[in-house]
Design a protein around this ligand. Sequence first.
Ligand code: ZN
Length: 180
Amino acid sequence: MRKLSYDEMIAAMRTNDARYAGEFYVCVRTTGIYCLPSCKAKLPMLKNVVFLRTREEAIEAGFRGCKRCRSEFYPNVSPPWVETVLAFLRKGVHYKIREQELADHIGVDISTIRRYFKSYMETTPMAYHRKMRLEYAHSLIKTGTDYLTAAFEAGFESSSGFRDAFVKQYGCSPGRINGH
Ligand SMILES: [Zn+2]
């Protein structure tokens, strides 16, 4: 890790210099948030700022990621648990997974999972899961399953709820996709 002087870090923060991303984190004591140097959030008062060189140090010191610059997910790589989340949701297309169940299974706070989905997939974990279940039901209907059975198999609790969600996603009612 190359040496950075305090003045250099201040200058990088003041000019929102993106080249310094990942080289240090701007941690603000009053808000408890850590930011990338390029964060466009309001410039904090210097006396409240601590510069830390790694995210691990920032987290260890009790700072939380910033919603604005997404310091938590820099450099835009998926956190290691994302694959596990997706696999769990995929495996669970037969029933409605609860958020708490998901969080417990993954061992990651549900608000962190939600934030990732929002930032990178523009949806919520539950909406994403519902979409997967609809796709599963859709594939069942296509291969000849009647739609009530398909709805049940995909964990929908009511046929009208299933019907509404289906129409919203596919633009036609579930009884119609086989041309009936
Ligand atoms: Zn920020």
